[in-house]
Design a protein. Sequence first.
Length: 170
Amino acid sequence: MPRPRQPANPFRYFHSSPEVIRLVVMMYVRFPLSLRNVEDLLFERGIDLCHETVRLWWNRFGPLFAADIRRQRVHQMRGFRHWRWHLDEVYVKINGEVLESYVTKTRDKSAALRFMRKALKRHGRAVTIVTNGLKSYPAAMRELGNETRREVARPPWPSGKTSWPEVLHW
């Protein structure tokens, strides 16, 4: 019986250690530094590499590290008891942080259902889900069994106004 394949090590073709690569990418992403500034800071620490290496590593490992950070944040957030989702046609904002985005051509029940299934699968159940008045959300939530968790957000403008441009012209 063949053994299951382990995923290939993403650092296998690089002669630097994974710790150095992570340090370089995180310095470039976390702080407002140029590629050459990262190169200079690393040279002061005794690591000699080119700014093009920083760019290559950022392009290659940036998405990998971002996915790892996102996974860790979601895992930490599952410890919270009161998840409050703010669901819009484009994104899911959970406890103030945008964790999921999804763009569709239509705004119907099937699109809302796909979006909510994807978010529920990835982030678990929410205590409350705040949505706008779009009719496709209650239909999708009814099918998923989450209709009791739904809250409708009130628009930030006064009741007589209908859209943001009109609010700006008070």
